[in-house]
Design a protein around this ligand. Structure first.
Ligand SMILES: CCC1=C(C)/C(=C/C2=NC(=C\c3[nH]c(/C=C4\NC(=O)[C@H](C)[C@H]4CC)c(C)c3CCC(=O)O)/C(CCC(=O)O)=C2C)NC1=O
Length: 161
């Protein structure tokens, strides 16, 4: 896993140079938003279950997906879906804190699309529910932190598509 700091330092190290002005600007931006990131992570973790629940209500409940024959039908599959959404929320929060998406590649997206396809988990509906989670999260943490979280929710969606 990388974060905004190691990513900038690694790039400079490969070139055998001190940080140039664009690298320093990146770091400044990251440090300037540090408190925003920590505050957002605190409020997301205190409200994680409610965020997932509201996102499900907005995007999946009472659709064909929760009826007999749908992929969320039966409590076992319903619970697996809720659990997956909680993974996406938690790992997006880690990535937002780190200011870097690499943890999503390593721990979440690796093999996920293949797993979903082999189990018949619908990807379009999953993407919709992640987008709903993005809206709900933004409503909770505010536009600036919401935009930052949105980067990582979108990253998961493109990794699945
Ligand atoms: C931390 C990284 C990580 C991820 C991301 C992860 C995902 C993941 N989701 C799975 C299943 C599943 N995922 C879903 C999800 C859904 N079905 C829908 O219709 C909805 C659209 C959607 C929820 C948004 C469902 C229903 C299953 C169970 C499918 C089945 O067994 O038939 C499985 C198969 C094994 C299992 O059932 O536990 C994995 C590996 N596991 C991990 O360790």
């Amino acid at each position: 896993m990388q974060d905004a700091i190691t990513s900038v330092i690694n790039t400079s190290d490969v070139q055998g140079k001190y940080l140039d002005s664009s690298a320093l600007e990146k770091l400044k931006g990251y440090f300037a938003t540090g408190e925003l990131r920590v505050r957002a992570a605190t409020s997301i973790s205190a409200n994680a279950a409610a965020i997932v629940k509201e996102a499900v209500a907005k995007s999946l409940l009472y659709s064909d997906i929760t009826r007999p024959g749908g992929n969320m039908y039966t409590t076992r599959r319903y619970a697996a879906c809720i659990r997956d959404l909680d993974y996406y929320l938690r790992y997006s929060t880690y990535a937002m804190l780190a200011g870097d998406p690499s943890i999503l590649d390593e721990r979440v997206l690796n093999g996920l699309k293949e797993t979903y396809n082999s189990l018949g988990v619908p990807i379009a509906a999953t993407v919709q529910s992640i987008q709903a989670m993005k809206e709900v999260t933004s409503g909770l943490v505010g536009a600036d932190a919401g935009k930052e979280m949105g980067v990582y929710f979108d990253y998961i969606c493109s990794g699945l598509s």
